[in-house]
Design a protein around this ligand. Structure first.
Ligand code: AMP
Length: 441
């Protein structure tokens, strides 16, 4: 493994990295930094948590440090596009950290806030713009910024930009950049449309990949609680009160769902904040900052708002509802077990979500097979529940081979985790049993 001082980085950058406590480059950094320094285009498959931000930020800073020349008015030397405002702000924070010993101008261009401040900052000329695509295109079209002197463009979390419908906007932005430029495209997965974006806009890119697609982070202890819809709130409160929850992110599928979960947690005396696409930018920033500063312990979020967020010390991810898209599961649970720590991910799965669970298991199962773990089919293991008589049962209620007398939520390690850590069974068993006992009482 290389050391940072073998990667040709300038002294002020090396000092900042060392102040951050990084001793060695992560695999993506060891691959991407030399390629970017050589000026190559890159297509990279990398999830958050791999150190990919520093992988593209450090060589950008190195180039800016070497140039020692201010960018002309309304231009930028480097452009980073990110899918969400939170991720863009987080990238800008990382740039400021890694550039703490040098002079670099960074402009953050986000939707949801007044454009005046951004227009004034862009007018001065800026070394690095970090932007969400929609607002950046607005500024390009009104002439507030010109991209004809931009040397490097980084597309971060390209697959999420695709999911959010940004592809046409990204194509328009890329078309405004000079032909002679470096393009770096990073994505957690590589769907066809991203591949074709790379074919259309990248020049003989080097391909790097640091983790097999969709493989969950090994340090996360994953489990499923089979509950009915009406039991989910109690189950959630139970987990949050009993597990060793340092800080948790609770995921819902919808914005309204996030608000409702947040409300009942508040009523239960659990300090929480909700973050989703309907909240204004200042609200989103306040909620995130309260969570970061540990003023609130629980963040309730939709997928859109939470992907890519890097907050240390998130001990638990709770899927209050399973995601419709199985890949989102991998992104969600990746909010825990960051910076080398371990983490716990618990999914509350109601009957109607069994299909979603199976999709997730199929996705994750591929990577388990590579580990040579023998799997048990879901159907044989499934522990069906029946809702109590007074509640309306979900449509498929009585089809399973159920544990008919029980209204207890069941928690089990999903099949992709079973058999992986026999020597750890005791600890797992204890934490796994606790919510079950509590909910039954
Ligand atoms: P990212 O994948 O960019 O979201 O980074 C995930 C986390 O890894 C962040 O908290 C970084 O501060 C941290 N990190 C990045 N590079 C290194 C490194 N070389 N050594 C240790 N931690 C790192």
């Amino acid at each position: 493994m290389k050391h940072f001082n073998e990667l040709g980085l300038a002294e002020p950058i090396l000092r900042a990295i060392s102040d951050e406590g990084y001793s060695q480059p992560t695999p993506i950094q060891a691959q991407v930094i030399p390629l970017m320094t050589d000026g190559q285009d890159i297509v990279g498959i990398a999830q958050t948590g791999t150190g990919k931000t520093a992988a593209f930020v450090l060589p950008l800073l190195n180039r800016i440090h070497a140039r020692r020349q201010r960018p002309a008015q309304k231009t930028c030397a480097a452009l980073i596009l990110a899918p969400t405002r939170e991720l863009a702000s987080q990238i800008a924070d990382s740039i400021r950290t890694y550039a703490s010993n040098m002079r670099v101008s960074v402009t953050v261009v986000l939707g949801g806030v007044k454009p005046g401040g951004q227009i004034r900052a862009l007018a001065r000329g800026t070394d690095i713009i970090v932007a969400t695509p929609g607002r950046l295109l607005d500024h390009v079209q009104t002439g507030a910024v010109k991209l004809d002197a931009t040397e490097t463009v980084v597309l971060d979390e390209a697959d999420q930009m695709l999911d959010l419908g940004f592809m046409p906007t990204i194509r328009k932005i890329l078309a405004r950049l000079p032909e002679q430029r470096q393009t770096v495209l990073l994505s957690a997965t590589m769907p066809k449309q991203i591949r074709s974006l790379a074919d259309d806009f990248l020049n003989q890119p080097a391909e790097v990949s640091v983790a097999p697609q969709s493989r969950p982070i090994e340090r996360i202890e994953q489990s499923v609680m089979h509950v009915e819809r009406h039991q989910k709130r109690d189950a959630l409160v139970g987990i949050l009160r009993s597990e060793k929850v340092e800080r948790a992110i609770v995921f819902t599928r919808t914005k309204r769902g996030a608000d409702k979960v947040c409300e009942f947690l508040q009523k239960a005396g659990i300090n929480s904040g909700a973050i989703h696409g309907n909240k204004s930018q200042p609200q989103r920033e306040r909620t995130l900052s309260d969570f970061r500063q540990r003023k609130t312990k629980i963040l309730v979020a939709t997928d859109i708002a939470a992907r890519g967020i890097d907050i240390d010390g998130v001990s638990h991810v709770i899927n209050f509802e399973l995601p419709n898209v199985p890949e989102a599961y991998v992104h969600r649970i990746g909010r825990t077990a960051r910076a080398g720590k371990s983490g716990v991910a618990i999914s509350l799965c109601e009957h109607a979500e069994r299909g979603l669970l199976r999709d997730i298991e199929r996705l994750i199962g591929n990577s388990v097979q590579r580990d040579g773990v023998v799997e048990v089919p879901v159907a044989a293991e499934s522990q069906e529940e029946q809702a109590p008589k007074q509640s309306r049962p979900p449509r498929h209620e009585n089809r399973g081979n159920g544990d008919a007398g029980s209204d207890k939520p069941r928690r089990r390690r999903p099949k992709w985790r079973r058999g992986k850590s026999k020597n750890n069974n005791q600890g797992r068993g204890q934490s796994g049993d606790a919510p079950r006992q509590r909910l039954a009482s």
